[in-house]
Design a protein around this ligand. Structure first.
Ligand code: CA
Length: 229
């Protein structure tokens, strides 16, 4: 069995590095992200088995990150907080967190909680992210970052590619413009949902289908969804 992947989203470098050491000793593989946006991006590409998420993060706080993760996945999330307030705990568990740990915490406690969360979710149930998507018309090779339509390669900008990859990875699911901004734009601060709309329009044209026939469907008031053929 390959090591379980843990994504640690924590801006305090000392704590993050300490967590990595503890997790690796516990037999996990740890990836670190220093803020929420990086965390979401890594989450999206690495598909971790567990997320350890600090509440106090710069720019986008842990609650918002949790919300965005829950838009996409039911991966176990262990929240870290410095406050130790009951209200935070209630908020975290209502917001979709699976467990909660107050700083400072002991290494053994962290490992025990992480293992408990993973036990609740056997690895066989964790869907492996496929390397290639192919619905007979559109093919997305995630490893090579290549897209083709009816066998013809399509040149996409990095943002267009990430947008398509996000929609395809979550096919059938409606992703909000905000979630797409977080996942596809390298610097989404200050960019409005209109940008998503125009990029979707460009992407649809490049994929060779106009609004009606496009597999990228706009769901009014909610966002966008990829429908496979
Ligand atoms: Ca922090």
């Amino acid at each position: 069995m390959t090591a379980r992947q843990v994504l640690v989203i924590e801006d305090d470098k000392d704590i993050a590095l300490g967590l990595r050491i503890v997790l690796e000793r516990g037999g996990f593989e740890a990836t670190l992200a220093g803020n929420g946006r990086d965390g979401l991006r890594v989450f999206h590409t690495a598909r971790p088995d567990l997320v350890i998420l600090d509440v106090g993060l710069p720019e986008m706080d842990g609650w918002t990150v949790l919300e965005r993760i829950r838009d996409l996945s039911d991966v176990p999330v262990l929240m870290l907080t410095a406050h130790g307030q009951e209200s935070d705990k209630v908020r975290g568990l209502h917001g979709g967190a699976d467990d909660y740990l107050t700083k400072p915490f002991g290494n053994d406690e962290l490992t025990a909680r992480a293992l408990a969360l993973l036990r609740r979710r056997p690895s066989a149930e964790v869907a492996e992210a496929p390397e290639v998507f192919d619905d007979g018309v559109i093919e997305v090779n995630f490893a090579a970052r290549e897209v083709s339509v009816n066998g013809e390669p399509v040149a996409l900008t990095p943002t267009e590619y990430r947008l398509l990859a996000a929609l395809v990875r979550h096919q059938g699911q409606v992703l909000s413009a905000q979630t797409l901004l977080d996942l596809a734009w390298s610097d989404p601060l200050g960019i409005g949902p209109d940008r998503v709309k125009y990029t979707v329009m460009r992407l649809r044209r490049k994929l060779g289908a106009d609004t009606e026939a496009s597999p990228i469907e706009a769901v009014r008031g909610f966002g966008y969804r990829f429908r496979r053929k």
